[in-house]
Design a protein around this ligand. Structure first.
Ligand SMILES: O=P(O)(O)OC[C@H]1O[C@H](O)[C@H](O)[C@@H](O)[C@@H]1O
Length: 277
């Protein structure tokens, strides 16, 4: 495709794009516009967690990596619609590549951005930079004649060596605790993950640091109204068909999200970005 970008079909039929430049390697699935791997060459440590039991045949959203949630987050009010919207189960196309030796830019678009549960006319693009950092931007443009509201998330699964050793820095204020009847609680300090965790932090921190005893990751965010922290814990992981139960110890989701709803007027554009270093 270009000097640092190649495409292959996996044994189960997924179209995968590999990037390998001076700064990093990365793998992207065109099903879902879904990043699966990011390894900066400065330390050769994988940043993203991908479930060993992820369903990788295009029949279900991939467990791990960076799912793209849009145009809603979590459940839709209307029963029967898929959690987190319909883009993570759509085929995407690469519409542009800009390949430099130390940073590769890929621009993707879903085959279609309309779907049941969303009335707006939107153009959606994903702009990915694979360099010393991974930068991923979800760009929503209102191409219609009237305003619409949407929600979204870059639902990143980070790889950690041991969840009990993790510390998160940079979050503050209150959060909605989805495992405690949506109670509004103060952000803990220090911030450790000791049990099932599902929290919407009503916080627009532009930098969160995730640290365990092997590595430290800086997670930058912009265009968001919240940061979601999720780990299913042992019991929920055991209930999930696409995740070995003990793997909850090796992942943590820190999601750059619009959970409160963003209204876009006709012609307006919104960009939700996460940067992983
Ligand atoms: O299983 P999924 O539909 O991929 O959702 C996985 C998780 O996503 C978010 O983090 C939500 O806050 C959680 O409530 C949800 O369980």
């Amino acid at each position: 495709m270009s000097a640092h970008v190649s495409q292959r079909t996996s044994d189960k039929g997924l179209e995968l794009v590999n990037v390998d430049n001076q700064s990093a390697t990365a793998v992207l699935s065109l099903y879902g516009g879904h990043m699966l791997s990011f390894i900066p060459k400065k330390d050769n440590l994988e940043r993203l967690w991908l479930s060993p039991e992820a369903i990788m045949d295009g029949t279900k959203a991939i467990r791990g990596g960076i799912p793209v949630c849009w145009p809603w987050f979590a459940a839709h009010q209307q029963p029967g619609l898929p959690a987190h919207g319909y883009l993570r189960t759509q085929p995407w196309n690469i519409v542009h590549i800009n390949d430099a030796s130390d940073c590769t830019e890929l621009v993707l678009q879903p085959v279609q951005s309309t779907g049941k549960g969303f009335e707006g006319d939107a153009e959606v693009s994903l702009v990915i930079h694979v360099g010393e950092q991974l930068s991923i931007s979800l760009v929503t443009r209102n191409t219609g004649h009237s305003a619409f509201e949407f929600r979204a998330a870059l639902h990143s699964y980070f790889k950690v060596s041991d969840i009990s050793q993790v510390q998160i820095q940079g979050l503050s204020g209150q959060y909605i605790d989805k495992v405690q009847q949506n109670s509004l609680l103060p952000t803990p300090s220090p911030y450790n993950i000791l049990a099932e965790t599902d929290r919407i932090h009503l916080c627009t921190a532009d930098k969160v640091v995730l640290e365990d005893n092997v590595q430290q990751m800086a997670i930058g965010s912009s265009g968001h109204d919240s940061i979601v922290v999720w780990n299913p814990g042992l019991q929920k992981a055991a209930e999930m068909a696409d995740m070995p139960e003990q793997e909850y110890q090796h992942m943590l989701c820190i999601e750059t999200a619009v959970t409160r709803g963003k209204t876009l007027q006709a012609g307006e554009t919104h960009t939700l970005t996460q940067r992983i270093g």
